[in-house]
Ligand binder design. Structure first.
Ligand SMILES: *[C@@H]1O[C@H](CO)[C@@H](O)[C@H](O)[C@H]1NC(C)=O
Ligand SMILES: *[C@@H]1O[C@H](CO)[C@@H](O)[C@H](O)[C@H]1NC(C)=O
Length: 517
């Protein structure tokens, strides 16, 4: 591979130095075209691709057809006249001409009319609900059932009273998936009063499990599903089921027109005012800190407040957490200050505009000060949108999270400070749309470096920067296959260690041009 690349590089330079219309130039040109074709073929037929494409050649960018998949609202890409360093900071990683593919294969079993029904209560925050709904649509398809519009979670930390149609475009959801599943707004009167099978379907199940569950139809006409998240396995499912999940999440489950239009308006506003921006999912919110037990950098009073919250939240199972150990393991969200050091280390200049995709930051403005001192151009939705525009959004965490989702998916660079449902869903969506740059911090590696900075063993400077950049060369969102389970872990526990389907729907929903579907 390396040989091929060097070959084509040396031919590029010799052809440019040859005289223009000489035979030598023409034959070199032909050799170049030939070598280049082989180079492209070799790359596109390779299934496992690494993330490390930092030395890619930008002259091949025109091969990338991913730009097509940008929504029409985004402005055309600026001409590539940036220095290499700049491109490494801002442009999408080389994506080998890969493109989204969600159409069913000829073997796909189309929807057939059914008088059996699934009702579901979707649980969790916005992105947990979105991916859960995509799973449940696929489950309804497998079980040959009509799906009733999901009920949304009103009990989670976010306490949002919104119903499905407040958050999602209900008509579009029903219409766009009509070839897959029949979706209705309410149970028909005649079945409403019938007894229902109430099921907690086992997490991470395969098609076989749900086919077995169809035995419930012998006794019941309605199955009520108590939870929607992670109902399907990440791997080893038929490609048509995986593509159905993508059709739901990326095409069928659009946000409501009010959310979608404000989201796109804010994206345009950002792009026209500042050009490019980083969307930072700063998951430094009270619930996350309490849940993970991460108190690094907090006052004793704050640590205590978080401990109390954790102990009084009944559905959080782990109560006693050693914050130091948690942080060293890379299990804590980066603090705002750490994010500042990290982004500076990556080489982003002080003038970089950073959109803060988050709810309320724990500790408020004061906690943001050391991020702000490194990057003064922080943008919050409350500043970006007018009060008038945000009316109807304030007090609805799910709606504002939806705005953050849109602005994050459309950003030039997305950086999540913690792994979680939003980080995973946005990363996967960006991969799907054309491997837009997503930088996933190596929190375990970074904490080691941060601790060295703290002990004065290394300074925030060129050497530190080099280390940070090396550490993140292969964490920029370039194409690669979804990772399987951690080696050596047996039984159901391994499902937890797999990379989530919605974090990286490659290869099922991202294809090379050779298999256009
Ligand atoms: C789906 O269910 C209906 C009955 O509600 C039945 O007539 C039909 O054959 C089923 N289709 C499949 C593929 O099982
Ligand atoms: C937490 O873990 C660290 C490192 O293992 C240890 O030094 C410290 O004493 C522990 N703290 C508590 C409160 O147990």
């Amino acid at each position: 591979m390396v040989k091929q690349r060097n070959l084509s590089r040396s031919i590029i330079s010799s052809s440019s130095s040859a005289r223009f219309f000489s035979i030598k130039a023409i034959s070199l040109y032909l050799i170049f075209v030939f070598a280049f074709t082989i180079w492209v073929l070799v790359f596109s037929s390779r299934n496992i691709q690494t993330d490390d494409q930092t030395h890619r050649q930008h002259q091949h960018r025109d091969l990338i057809d991913s730009e097509k998949f940008r929504p029409p609202s985004s402005p055309p890409k600026k001409k590539m006249r940036e220095s290499n360093g700049d491109a490494q900071l801002w442009t999408p990683p080389f994506s080998f001409g890969l493109h989204p593919c969600v159409k069913p294969t000829p073997k796909y079993k189309e929807f057939s009319e059914s008088d059996r029904y699934i009702t579901v209560r979707s649980n969790g925050g916005l992105n947990q609900m979105r991916t859960g709904i995509a799973d449940i649509v696929a489950v309804a398809h497998i079980m040959n059932a009509t799906l009733v519009i999901p009920e949304l979670d009103k009990r989670s930390f976010w306490q949002d009273s919104s119903v499905f149609s407040d958050i999602f475009d209900e008509e579009h959801f029903i219409k766009s998936l009509r070839g897959d599943v029949k979706i209705i707004k309410k149970l028909p009167k005649e079945v409403e009063s019938l007894p229902r099978a109430r099921k907690h379907f086992t997490s991470w199940s395969g098609v076989g499990y749900y086919e077995e569950m169809t035995h419930l139809w012998k006794e019941y006409k309605v199955i009520h599903v108590a939870k929607s998240d992670s109902r399907l396995a990440n791997n080893d499912l038929p490609v048509d089921i995986q593509r159905l999940r993508c059709r739901v999440l990326y095409l069928g489950l659009r946000f409501s027109p009010a959310i979608e239009s404000l989201g796109q308006k804010l994206v345009e506003r950002l792009k026209s005012r500042v050009g490019r921006y980083i969307a930072l999912h700063l998951r430094y919110e009270k619930d996350m800190l309490a849940f993970t037990g991460c108190t690094y950098g907090l006052t004793d009073a704050e640590s205590e407040e978080l401990r109390v919250m954790r102990e009084s939240t009944s559905h959080w199972k782990i109560k006693s957490i050693n914050s130091t150990e948690q942080r060293v393991e890379g299990l804590c969200p980066l603090t705002p200050k750490e994010v500042g050091i990290f982004l500076k280390g990556l080489g982003y200049p002080q003038s970089t505009v950073i959109y803060i995709a988050a709810g309320e930051i724990y500790g408020g403005d004061e906690r943001l000060s050391e991020l702000k001192s490194r990057f003064p151009n922080l943008v919050f939705k409350e500043k970006l949108a007018t009060e008038d525009e945000l009316r109807g959004f304030t007090g609805h965490a799910t709606k504002t999270a939806a705005l953050d989702c849109i602005i994050s998916v459309e950003s030039d660079v997305f950086v999540p400070s913690h792994s979680g449902n939003m980080a995973r869903a946005v990363e996967g969506h960006r991969r799907f749309l054309g491997h837009r740059r997503t930088i996933t911090p190596d929190r375990k590696g970074l904490v080691k470096l941060f601790n060295k900075v703290e002990r004065g063993q290394i300074k925030e400077g060129a050497k530190f920067s080099n280390l940070v950049q090396q550490m993140h060369q292969a964490r920029q969102g370039a194409p690669r296959r979804r990772k399987g389970p951690t080696q050596g872990i047996k039984g159901r526990a391994r499902f937890r260690t797999e990379e989530a389907f919605y974090e990286n729907p490659y290869p099922e929903c991202i294809c090379s041009s050779k298999n256009p579907t």
